[in-house]
Design a protein around this ligand. Structure first.
Ligand SMILES: *[C@@H]1O[C@H](CO)[C@@H](O)[C@H](O)[C@H]1NC(C)=O
Ligand SMILES: *[C@@H]1O[C@H](CO)[C@@H](O)[C@H](O)[C@H]1NC(C)=O
Ligand SMILES: *[C@@H]1O[C@H](CO)[C@@H](O)[C@H](O)[C@H]1NC(C)=O
Ligand SMILES: *[C@@H]1O[C@H](CO)[C@@H](O)[C@H](O)[C@H]1NC(C)=O
Ligand SMILES: *[C@@H]1O[C@H](CO)[C@@H](O)[C@H](O)[C@H]1NC(C)=O
Length: 461
């Protein structure tokens, strides 16, 4: 009996000693990595794949390391990258394995990481001085980029935008349209054409029988115009408009180009509160034209696909732009100095008009609390998408740069598109009337598809 016990002890010792040694070694390597690699993670990417160090492929060969892997000073002088690095490091699966295992999406989402990173990047004040000599909008942006809690001035009365009273099913589509106080004409044209709220039939198919349809809701997203600059205070008019149409969502920040990103984050937050049942969101400009019946049929088709539930987790479709570089021309409206941002932009869908699922909207709302505001709104959405490991889908029927050829003059042209930029209020009325007029002739024209030479663009229908 005693000998047996002894024997067991030996076996246990033989098995465990190497294990303990190995564990200690891993711990040591882990600690070393934590202390030395702190600054080497690529900012802007949270896909765990990107953090696998000198990884091997499943076939046993070594994966090459990116040239910049050991570069400590990759983003040292770019303000946004520095701030974001402080957050992304917190969520790095190698450095913080427990956080990732618990599921970063289920952990608490508040903006504590954002404010923490502002104090963590300690020579910020030195960096901010760079921007004193910059164009005005850059200066203003940097001065306010730690603030996003602007109060609501006007909003629909505790409902998800203007819509029908007794909807028999959850809204299919919420149209969220970026506009400004002065663009009343655009809002009016949208309300009376492609942006009508309530039940909307889909594209007629198969001999007049309207198969699809869905409830559409509408909300306009606004900041505030400066009454001194404008020479007139429009707030009383805005209040009347809001009372009358119930589709105004306005916040108390100046409605400038570099503040557009605030409309995304504040809208996502509002949506998560009031629209949680809504299946899809359109977000875009007030000078686009949408073929809403086609859009409805297109979205219904997405819901009918196998595994639609799963697809909705990441669903975003639009005019997808890849590997764009920041504009470095200081006179441009889009100018971003390299003291603010280094690197290419992530893949993003052009902000003229994009559609995404309600579920993705709620996920974007959460993840946006871990991404620093970026002055170009659609790029910011792309940055959030990267951190959700989600990819927007490109569709040729989103013409955010108008018809590329004379295709636009054909009879059924507007039946082949989901969206086109840019159209005046007068054109919107005309196009909407034409769409109705040509309905019977054009009902079976398919949506635009471009035959690609290379396979680098995904086409869906
Ligand atoms: C292993 O896989 C990688 C990536 O798929 C490939 O580039 C590499 O050539 C493969 N190596 C061998 C020996 O097959
Ligand atoms: C967003 O985060 C909250 C916790 O802060 C969580 O309860 C909720 O499920 C998250 N929503 C989504 C869609 O991930
Ligand atoms: C089909 O619809 C058009 C217009 O909506 C109508 O004029 C026509 O009579 C309809 N045809 C049939 C067979 O119902
Ligand atoms: C954004 O709005 C805030 C609040 O009105 C303002 O202080 C700031 O200057 C604006 N930012 C830009 C870039 O215009
Ligand atoms: C813009 O760039 C030009 C030449 O590159 C330079 O002379 C000018 O000072 C710059 N302006 C600002 C506001 O930075």
């Amino acid at each position: 009996m005693a000998r047996c016990y002894c024997h067991w002890r030996n076996v246990l010792f033989c098995v465990c000693a190497p294990c303990i040694c190995l564990a200690l070694m891993f711990l040591f390597v882990g600690v070393m990595m934590c202390t030395t690699l702190n600054n080497t993670t690529k900012a802007g990417i949270l896909d765990p794949i990107d953090f696998v160090a000198s990884g091997t492929y499943t076939n046993g060969s070594f994966a090459p390391l990116p040239k910049t892997f050991w570069d400590f000073n990759l983003h040292k002088n770019a303000y946004w990258n520095r701030l974001q690095l402080a957050i992304d490091r917190q969520l790095n699966p190698i450095l913080r394995p427990n956080k990732i295992k618990r599921g970063s999406e289920n952990s608490i989402f508040d903006d504590s990481l954002l404010s923490q990173s502002f104090s963590e990047v300690n020579d910020l004040d030195g960096m901010r001085k760079h921007f004193d000599k910059m164009p005005d909008q850059m200066k203003k942006f940097v001065g306010n980029m730690n603030r996003r809690d602007y109060p609501v001035l006007l909003q629909p009365n505790a409902v998800c935008g203007a819509g029908a009273k007794d909807e028999k099913q959850p809204p299919l589509l919420l149209l969220a349209i970026k506009t400004t106080e002065v663009n009343f004409k655009n809002r009016q044209a949208i309300r009376r054409t492609w942006g009508q709220a309530g039940w909307m039939a889909g594209q007629r198919r198969n001999n007049n029988i309207t198969e699809d349809g869905g409830y559409v809701r509408r909300v306009f997203l606004l900041g505030k115009e400066n009454p001194q600059e404008l020479g007139v205070d429009l707030s009383a008019l805005m209040e009347m408009e809001s009372k009358h149409y119930g589709d105004i969502l306005q916040w108390d920040f100046s409605d400038t180009f570099f503040n557009l990103t605030l409309k995304d984050v504040l809208f996502w937050n509002w949506f998560s509160q009031f629209c949680s049942q809504t299946l899809f969101v359109f977000k875009g400009d007030d000078d686009v034209f949408i073929n809403t019946p086609r859009m409805i049929s297109y979205l219904q088709d997405q819901l009918r696909k196998p595994q639609a539930d799963e697809a909705m987790i990441d669903f975003m479709v639009g005019d997808v732009i890849r590997a764009a570089s920041p504009n470095r021309v200081n006179r441009s409206k889009y100018f971003i100095p390299d003291s603010f941002y280094k690197g290419t932009y992530p893949t993003y869908a052009g902000g003229g008009g994009v559609v995404y699922s309600g579920l993705l909207t709620k996920r974007l709302n959460n993840v946006s609390k871990r991404v620093h505001l970026f002055p170009i709104d659609d790029v910011f959405v792309g940055m959030c998408m990267v951190r959700l490991n989600a990819n927007p889908i490109h569709h040729h029927a989103f013409l955010t740069f108008d018809f590329p050829t004379k295709d636009g003059e054909k009879l059924c042209a507007y039946h082949t598109i989901l969206l086109v930029h840019k159209r005046s209020p007068t054109q919107m009325f005309q196009l909407w009337a034409d769409l109705k007029k040509t309905e019977t002739q054009c009902w079976d024209t398919p949506l635009r598809v471009i035959k690609e030479k290379k396979h680098n663009t995904v086409t869906v229908s």
